[in-house]
Design a protein around this ligand. Sequence first.
Ligand SMILES: [Ca+2]
Ligand SMILES: [Ca+2]
Length: 357
Amino acid sequence: MGKLAVLSLSVAALAVLIGERVITLRHVSLSYRELTQNYLPNCHHIEGIEYGAEDITILENGLAFLSTGLKYPGVPSYSDDPGKIYTLNLMDSKMKIKAMNVKGDFDKDSFNPHGISLYTDDKDGAVYLFVVNHPQGNSQVEIFRFVEDENALQYIKTIKHELLHNVNDIVAVGTESFYATNDHYFTNGILKFVEPFLSLPWCDVVYYSPQTVQVVAGGFLIANGINISPDKRHLYVSDILKHKIVVLEIQKNTVLSHVKEVDVGSLCDNIEVDRESGDLWLGCHPNGLKCVFHDPNDPPGSEVIRIENILSEKPRVTRVYSDDGSVIIASSVATQYGGKLLIGTVYQKALICDLKL
Ligand SMILES: [Ca+2]
Ligand SMILES: [Ca+2]
């Protein structure tokens, strides 16, 4: 066969591959989906949040922690300022955020917080905030102790490990131990783009303790949210491009068994778990393609999904809130407390609404 014929065949094969990939990615990103608006009463933006609150979690007493100002490849960033952690007291009708002061030998200028998780030590009641941090684009986990009377975070330690290479979210299970999700397999910029383009399911969940670090679950397309059931027996992992929440049972810290996958029909990001009912609250992207292009004239919308009775044979998946992006863009987390629903986003605002359950 002549060189020209080989070249022609190669170009044709590449064109077929790219065409197949484009069609697949349009389905994966749910780009055909029509969103039905579904609003809640008394929604308003949280004053002072303009550059995202990618993750939010709430203490038992109603104090919410917001991880803000994320800078991440492929995600717009409208501020050069370092990221910050804010608190918002949901028991206080003023609903004003407060920036947390970070104490100790910690580099605040490169702080780039992403997923967060709270852990309360049963022994002494001390509260720890675990934060995924990306200084200079790296991945590491910071552990802080919450100093309540000063609304401050006392820096304790930084954890880096080669298995914690693309950490997105985290759930703390001890004062120094956690499960974390990697949202990519590769660390190289081009390969990180190729990985989801080829739908390579190579993302994983890592268990970390001072004694043991190991991959405990794999096969995720992009694992970008993780949390634990109130009885600490099950882990929930969001596999955003498969539109599924994966349920894993913790046999031992390092031994997980696959229980089931629940379809959510949306690209869900972080997972918050109601400590009383065990319900899952999910901040989701209804249209992934719009998230990639983030055109201000055709913005990505937002969606909040609740899953009740996830361990039963018939989990109930409910769309609690939907917006086409005219109110809030690219929601990544939703969590509720005392009749209020908080919605955070990757790079834009945060919203608080009344919840009618
Ligand atoms: Ca989280
Ligand atoms: Ca996330």
